[in-house]
Write a protein that binds this ligand. Structure first.
Ligand code: SF4
Length: 175
């Protein structure tokens, strides 16, 4: 463990090693109230990487990214586009769920700049290991974090094309 709270990784980093190490990350305060780290999932070498803001309540409880309501929307979008989810990599800018209590519910709270910056350590490692050709940012936080120049992917060859857009809200048609 480094003095900044990042666990060490022995030897050459791999996705399984990074995922295992991130479980004990304490580099920002978010680990204290979350159930577990929710690291990205998908194959090394996936051509497309989807990046959201942070895990939600369901992701926090299961330990898997995009399995809650946002995951259902992503699955629908992938299906409509004819893309098998098994062939893409999905992750979040921040790997621990940030929330505030309201009664018995845990409400999503936006991560701040310190937390986002701290967790770029893991996002940059994922980018370096997966080397996607296309990066799809789901929401403003993902767009702003992912479009900053990566310290871990300095070469043009390893820099993916980025598609960053704010999520759209579906509205019922006016009658
Ligand atoms: S949010 Fe990221 S940087 Fe902060 S403790 Fe969790 S894994 Fe570490």
């Amino acid at each position: 463990m480094t003095d900044r709270g990042y666990p060490g990784i022995e030897g050459r980093p791999t996705l399984p090693k990074a995922r295992a190490a991130a479980k004990t990350c304490t580099a920002c305060d978010l680990h204290a109230r979350a159930t577990q780290t929710v690291f990205g999932e998908g194959a090394r070498g996936s051509q497309v990487m989807f990046v959201g803001e942070q895990p939600g309540d369901k992701e926090d409880l299961t330990g898997h990214p995009f399995v809650g309501p946002a995951g259902r929307i992503l699955d629908e979008a992938l299906e409509a586009a004819g893309i098998d989810r098994e062939t893409v990599y999905v992750t979040n800018v921040v790997k621990h769920f940030k929330w505030r209590p309201r009664g018995k519910r845990r409400l999503h709270e936006k991560p701040n700049a310190v937390e986002i910056t701290a967790c770029r350590f893991w996002l940059e490692m994922e980018l370096e290991l997966v080397k996607p050709e296309v990066l799809v940012c789901l929401g403003a936080t993902a767009a702003s974090s992912s479009t900053r120049r990566s310290r871990r992917t300095p070469s043009r060859r390893s820099t993916p094309r980025r598609s960053c857009a704010r999520p759209t809200t579906r509205r019922a048609p006016m009658r």
